[in-house]
Ligand binder design. Structure first.
Ligand code: ATP
Ligand code: MG
Ligand code: MG
Length: 357
């Protein structure tokens, strides 16, 4: 293609462009949020992807989404709505937390009877970083917000041991390849840090690959998809799917010979594609609501990705990839970060140290 267009121009689009550069693929993220009368110079053999699952209808977004090479077009809407996403998982018999639609007749009594003391309501669309969630707690007699009826699903609270995710790719001829499982730490619904690969997660790899294969084949998907899971004992349950490159795959930028962004581009452009080799174990630390600090660059094993966004509380503004050449170097870097980072980072950084103790 002459151009590979990305619906959306956030950090994922920017990192796709970055990955396209050495391949000579002209990746062009499009800001579809600012109203514009401009016509994009789309050509017949151009390729279109998206860095988000949902977008407002506008001249620009229509131009992109109606192009015959808008890859995975019907998938975005289907996964953007938790009702259709969870229905798909049930149809494919992929394990996920028990759930139901919250409709006009749903009562908290019935939900607690079905799922227990704690029930999580999630808005069907638009939620990210834990936004659009509402806990029902029987002991506190919490109620269903009126305007959430028909707009939310209710899920059983899962008492998981930890959270993991897997990023995989499906080619146009239906081959699936995967990165090793990633261990994730979320705090207040937002991803704080990831570690991959981990030998202790290897026994779960086949199950994760099988689950994500079912989903990608079921959707006839092409490109990179991410699957967030809960580990409950020896097994996995899907939390949610993302039809795109994913924050929990950012470690592959430092850790693998083909990172998730390049892998997505190769699949979309039908280029040769093979199993990504892991060069290093990596730790990814999300930079959330913190100002840029050049001291990060003094860490010998760190790579900084700064998104150049306005810093706001709770907003992802960058990430650090730390490669694990040896445990002392990793531990030193994390201990340094602990002295530079604010209070809310102490627990996530300790969580990383514990994994390497
Ligand atoms: P993302 O930014 O990953 O898209 P999101 O806003 O779409 O997040 P989820 O991933 O559904 O939301 O949930 C956010 C976090 O809330 C999960 O990573 C997990 O920690 C917790 N969580 C979600 N569902 C459940 C559940 N059924 N039981 C227990 N905890 C849950
Ligand atoms: Mg989500
Ligand atoms: Mg999530």
């Amino acid at each position: 293609p002459k151009n590979l267009w990305v619906l959306g121009d956030g950090q994922l689009g920017a990192m796709l462009s970055h990955a396209g550069q050495p391949l000579g693929i002209n990746v062009r993220p499009v800001d579809i949020m600012t109203p514009s009368d401009a016509q994009l110079p789309l050509e017949a053999d151009d390729i279109i992807t998206a860095e988000r699952e949902q977008w407002p209808e506008s001249q620009l977004s229509l131009q992109l989404s109606q192009h015959p090479h808008f890859i995975n077009g019907p998938v975005f809407g289907r996964l953007a709505d938790r009702f259709t996403q969870k229905s798909l998982l049930d149809e494919l018999a992929v394990a996920t937390s028990p759930w139901q639609l919250v409709d006009d007749n749903t009562s908290t009594e019935a939900l607690h009877k079905a799922y227990g003391e704690r029930v999580l309501l999630k808005r069907r669309t638009g939620g990210y970083d834990g936004k659009g969630q509402h806990w029902l707690k029987q002991a506190e007699s919490t109620t269903i917000p009126a305007d959430w009826r028909n707009e939310a699903i209710a899920e059983q609270a899962i008492n998981f041991d930890e959270e993991v995710s897997i990023v995989g790719v499906r080619t146009q001829d239906g081959r699936c390849l995967f990165y090793p499982l990633t261990l994730n730490l979320h705090q207040d619904g937002i991803l704080m840090a990831s570690i991959a690969p981990l030998s202790r997660l290897a026994p779960l790899q086949a199950e994760a690959e099988d689950m994500l294969s079912k989903v990608m084949h079921g959707l006839e998907y092409v490109g990179v998809m991410a699957m967030e899971c809960f580990r409950v004992g020896e097994h996995l349950m899907v939390n949610e799917l993302a039809p795109r490159v994913h924050n929990s795959g950012h470690w592959t930028q430092a850790g693998c010979h083909i990172n998730q962004f390049e892998l997505h581009l190769r699949a979309l452009c039908n280029l040769p594609l093979h199993q990504p080799q892991v060069n290093f174990q990596c730790v990814m630390v999300n930079l959330i609501g913190v100002d840029k600090d050049d001291r990060w660059l003094s860490l010998p094993n760190a790579e900084l990705f700064w998104y150049n966004k306005e810093v706001r509380v709770g907003r992802k503004v960058g990430h650090l990839n730390l490669s694990v050449h040896n445990n002392p170097m990793l531990t030193d870097s994390i201990n340094q970060l602990k002295t530079w980072m604010p209070q809310q980072y102490q627990a996530p950084l300790d969580w990383i140290l514990a994994e390497f103790a």
